[in-house]
Design a protein around this ligand. Structure first.
Ligand code: ZN
Length: 172
């Protein structure tokens, strides 16, 4: 059964939306695509393919195909989904109870390189302002010396960063 549909998103053009209530732990949708070597991955990344995600130390998955509904999943600083890796594939898994009609999101897990090129518009109250893996949020004040966050913002970030991180690799 298809649990999601593609729709217009307030975060970024299109997004994935639940068509039914989804309990936490549900494998919602598979991140489909071609399994490619790291060498091939590097070549395609250099051509600005934005749909390549980490699978394991040997392979990545290129999800640029339109058959890959999961490519519409948007980033959020307060996501309701996460990523689960099996040896052969990647699943988008519900972290929380997701109500029918709600947009699905996950943290893309970007590292801090050129983080300022990826501003975030997720709208979450804890939004750190950038599409950035949660483990890097603590670096933000040091990364932006010209615009340090207020004490209130800094404490929000520290609080967010101190919660436990999921044991997943980066999706990029
Ligand atoms: Zn955000």
């Amino acid at each position: 059964m298809t649990l999601v549909r593609v729709g217009t998103s307030p975060i970024d053009r299109q997004g994935l939306f639940a068509v039914t209530d989804i309990p936490p732990g549900t494998r919602v949708v598979e991140y489909r695509g071609e399994k490619i070597s790291k060498g091939e991955s590097a070549r395609r990344l250099a051509q600005y393919n934005a749909y390549i995600v980490y699978l394991n130390e040997q392979y990545d998955i290129d999800g640029e195909t339109l058959a890959n509904t999961a490519r519409y999943l948007n980033h959020s600083c307060d996501p309701n989904c996460t990523v689960e890796y099996t040896t052969e594939t990647i699943w988008i898994v519900a972290l929380k109870h997701i109500r029918a009609g709600a947009e699905l999101s996950c943290n893309y897990g970007f590292d801090a390189r050129e983080y300022d090129k990826f501003p975030c518009r997720c709208g979450a109250t804890i939004c750190c302002g950038y599409i950035l893996g949660r483990e890097y949020w603590g670096l933000l004040p040091a990364l932006s010396p010209e615009a340090p966050p207020s004490a209130e913002e800094a404490s929000t970030c520290l609080e967010a960063c101190s919660t436990s991180l999921p044991p997943y690799g980066a999706i990029y």
